[in-house]
Write a protein that binds this ligand. Structure first.
Ligand code: GRF
Length: 199
């Protein structure tokens, strides 16, 4: 399974996929890494592992639709079977979603606490258990069909940072397991299946 991974930040989820892909017989590999900004650790990790990168910045385009089309084309150039949004802090547009099959990882138990501050919002609400979710990406914000989840207990002395770090440990494992299972057709292939004839 050819993966394109989209990142905005530190890329620790990306690193987990890169590492897992080095296992002999791993059924997937990361063929390109894309970002919406320059100079991130995620891009550095890709370069350090000899993986081609591209950057597609919203402010470089006149309209959001132009950005969406440019991003869809850059992704297509790498001919992926699956796109993984791993800490990519932009909502993907209709062109990317029409042409590519995309999964996302989110640091909360969806459908609770969608959006950019899932960890903070869960703490602020006072829930005792939160976690992470891997889901198909649709036109909404963190609304697509759920593939897998992991639960994490919130401790009394947690800060947003300590809690997010514990979530990310499970998030990385979950993401690798989901991608492996999708590559081996062992888990749910999404509402329209992996061989749905998309470009
Ligand atoms: C992850 O928790 C992701 O779900 C969230 O941001 C974090 C990205 O971490 N949206 P990294 O860049 O993979 O280290």
């Amino acid at each position: 399974l050819r993966l394109v991974v989209l990142v905005s930040g530190s890329g620790s989820n990306l690193q987990a996929l890169i590492d897992a892909a080095t296992d002999p017989g791993a059924p997937f590999r990361v063929v390109a890494v894309g970002a919406d900004r320059d100079g991130t650790l995620g891009l550095e990790r890709a370069v350090g592992n000899g993986i081609p990168t591209f950057v597609c910045r919203v402010p470089d385009y006149t309209t959001r639709a132009d950005w969406d089309e440019a991003l869809a084309r850059l992704i297509s150039d790498a001919a992926p079977d699956l796109v993984v949004s791993a800490g990519f802090m932009k909502v993907l547009g209709p062109t990317v979603l029409a042409r590519h099959r995309v999964i996302n990882t989110h640091p909360a138990l969806l459908p609770s606490f969608p959006g950019a501050h899932g960890v903070r919002d869960a703490m602020a609400h006072g829930v005792r258990v939160t976690g992470c979710t891997c889901h198909w990406v649709d036109a909404g914000v963190d609304t697509g069909a759920i593939i897998d989840q992991r639960a994490v207990r919130i401790e009394d002395d947690d800060t947003v940072e300590t809690l997010h770090e514990r979530i990310k440990v499970l998030e990385r494992d979950m993401l690798v397991e989901v991608v492996r299972a999708l590559a081996q057709h062992r888990t749910w292939q999404g509402p329209d299946g992996l061989s749905s004839g998309r470009e």
